[in-house]
Design a protein around this ligand. Structure first.
Ligand code: URA
Length: 209
């Protein structure tokens, strides 16, 4: 069963409150999502492994630590996932970036992939799949399917706000994928919006309606 980690850092929680506020306009919303992306990247990278190396300082040799292990790949789910990308890349600038685009089939209401582009060394990378909202879980499950179909073996899912329903759907479908969130909200409403949530993340990021 995938574990759920809630990033309760005070700065993340503070900024998330203003992201939720319906009176926060597009510019500020975008800036705050970007900042929380950076802070969440800081938290999620706590688990990266280090290896010792010898560095020569101006004074002497020193045994220091540098990152080792798998290289990272960041994959925003289009389009709202793009809002967290730059913030994440500020901390992990060398990460490769993939994209997954999904649309909802009007008949089945299921997400269908229309665009996937990943780094070539998929099997070697540790992927962080990014979407601000984990609502029904349908898109998250399909996006993980898209990555796994192409050989990805190590995937984490990161979002701002999750609904319990979406967490369960993702955990059931992909028990190997851990979930990293800033808040676990109450429920979904009858339209599939997270309550209390923040509204439509894509529309608020891009100023569309
Ligand atoms: N997607 C959003 O952008 N908001 C929700 O509340 C649910 C899904």
């Amino acid at each position: 069963m995938g574990k759920v980690y809630v990033f309760d850092h005070p700065l993340i929680q503070h900024k998330l409150s203003f992201i939720r506020d319906k009176n926060t306009g597009t510019k500020e919303f975008r800036e705050l999502v970007d900042e929380v992306g950076t802070l969440m990247a800081y938290e999620i990278t706590r688990e990266l492994t280090l290896e010792e190396t010898i560095i020569e300082t101006p004074v002497s040799k020193a045994t220091c630590n540098i990152l080792s292990g798998k290289k990272l790949g960041i994959v925003p789910i289009l389009r709202a996932g793009l809002g967290m990308m730059d913030g994440i890349l500020k901390l992990i600038p060398a990460a490769k970036v993939g994209h997954v685009g999904l649309y909802r089939d009007p008949q089945t209401l299921q997400p269908v992939e229309y665009y996937v582009k990943l780094p070539s060394d998929v099997e070697e990378r540790e992927f962080i799949l990014v979407d601000p909202m984990l609502a029904t879980g349908g898109s998250a499950v399909e996006a993980v399917n898209s990555l796994k179909k192409r050989g990805a073996k190590h995937i984490k899912f990161m979002c701002l706000i999750a609904a319990p329903e979406g967490v369960k759907v993702l955990q059931d479908a992909h028990p190997d994928v851990d979930i990293y969130i800033a808040a676990l909200d109450e429920k979904l409403d009858e339209h599939g919006y997270i309550v209390p949530g923040l509204g439509d993340a894509g529309d608020r990021l891009f100023g569309t309606k």
